[in-house]
Ligand binder design. Structure first.
Ligand code: BGC
Length: 263
């Protein structure tokens, strides 16, 4: 769709209901305007590859290009996801990204490169928040644990609709291993595991998390969740476990919603 058509579609929605989210991932950086009432993307998302050397400045330049693709001057405050621990806009870990991000103010980098103030959230927290606000766990009371299976394992803990940030359950030590190095979907690919073989590792992971937190619902996200029929039925848990609904737009939607809430 052309920029003009995109802008026209966005203009149809009341300004206070339009947010903007950007998802910084290991392979791509993608953004889109979001309808804050429905959680729908208002236009197709725009994606650029994450630079091979993903330093703060290299990523900042891509953030600027993603924002510039959308002419949305009315949205001052944007949401950004980052795959690490985030406190007050600052990244405190970088398990699967350039180590120069540790102790970097991601919100300040975003402001410098895009001109917008930003609310920054951990990627799984944003995705989890979106699933509770608009997706597979919409309106769910009690404890919802959203686990994203991708390059690493991300997790979001939401209790009665309130996000408790930075759970980092991908780094639980289980059987002497950092859990994500055994059970992330990237490990399934790298080791050429079948779904059945991978499910054995997921079973160990999810039953341990279940024992520790007694959630009321597990939601499984990440790209591989589109193939959920191949592995979720193989898991034997007491807790209901369902695939994420928003799939690869959950980060964008959650970032926009969190930004609007924390403006
Ligand atoms: C990081 C988390 C992140 C997850 C998914 C983990 O390695 O520590 O912060 O949410 O990967 O990207």
């Amino acid at each position: 769709m052309s920029k003009d058509k995109d802008a026209a579609k966005v203009a149809e929605v009341a300004a206070e209901q339009v947010g903007f989210g950007i998802d910084i991932g290991g392979s791509g950086i993608k953004g889109a305007p979001v309808h804050l009432r429905t959680g729908e993307l208002l236009t197709k998302k725009f994606r650029l590859p994450t630079p091979a050397e993903s330093s703060p400045d290299a990523v900042g330049a891509v953030l600027a290009d993603v924002v510039a693709h959308f002419e949305l001057p009315s949205i001052a405050h944007i949401g950004v996801t980052f795959p690490g621990i985030i406190k007050n806009g600052v990244s405190h870990s970088a398990a699967n990204v350039d180590k120069r991000w540790i102790d970097t103010d991601v919100a300040a980098v975003t402001r410098r490169w895009t001109g917008h103030t930003a609310y920054v959230a951990n990627d799984a927290d944003a995705a989890g928040y979106a699933e509770v606000a608009y997706g597979a766990a919409k309106g769910k009371k009690g404890t919802v644990l959203v686990i994203t299976l991708g390059t690493g394992i991300g997790s979001a803990m939401i209790h009665d609709g309130h996000l408790i940030p930075n759970f980092e359950l991908g780094h639980l030590e289980i059987d002497g291993y950092d859990a994500e190095t055994r059970a992330a979907s990237s490990v399934k690919e790298e080791e050429g595991l079948s779904y059945e073989q991978w499910a054995v590792r997921l079973q160990r992971y999810f039953s341990h998390v279940e024992f520790l937190f007694s959630p009321d619902l597990f939601v499984v996200g990440g790209g591989v969740s589109k193939d959920h029929e191949k592995f979720l039925p193989l898991l034997d848990l007491k807790t209901p476990i369902v695939p994420a609904k928003l799939r690869n737009k959950a980060g964008i939607v959650g970032a926009a919603a969190l930004a609007a809430e924390n403006a």
